[in-house]
Design a binder for this molecule. Sequence first.
Ligand code: HEM
Length: 163
Amino acid sequence: MERTVDSNYPTMPIVDHGPLPVLSEHEKKFIRATWPKIYINFEDIGLMVFLQFLKDFPDAQQLFPKFSEVKTEDLPHNPEVKWQASRIINAINDVIGLMDKESEMIQYLKELSREHSAQFQVDPSLFKEMLKIFAEQVFGHDGNEAYEKLFSIISILLSSSYK
Ligand code: HEM
């Protein structure tokens, strides 16, 4: 199969360490063309990803004071869970909007990283895990190279203030 992506990461998994990958113009164009079709369902997709994350990493629920006590079966209908799920996918949407403004994108994600480490006490390995679930739910097992690169950028920068 022909590969159209000019990266050094032939079949790149989502990583949260190492040099910051650079999205090619082709990859940015691809993301811009496809993201609206995903984002149009941001509430449903965001919630599906977040619920799967809480299922795979049940201890993580304790970190969210607004729904730490909610029973598993009630999570899908809880407004705070839905709000949190939307915040995550909206942050990804904001990052996509900043793909051409790298320094602003870095600044935005570094600030979010500081909050997740100092205020929310989130284990940094979970960013990558959440974004892997996102990629799996949206693209299936084949994944998608451009998005995996974008998600690596997000994972690396969200982990950056822990070092
Ligand atoms: C793609 C990955 C993620 C993105 C883009 C993201 C984004 C956000 C955003 C935008 C906020 C709101 C920040 C604010 O109020 O200023 C937030 C809050 C938070 N995030 Fe994340 N997040 C991600 C992953 C995670 C993971 C893996 C966890 C761990 C379980 C986590 C735990 C939290 C907590 C505990 C809060 C505070 C919730 C509250 O206000 O009560 N996040 N996140």
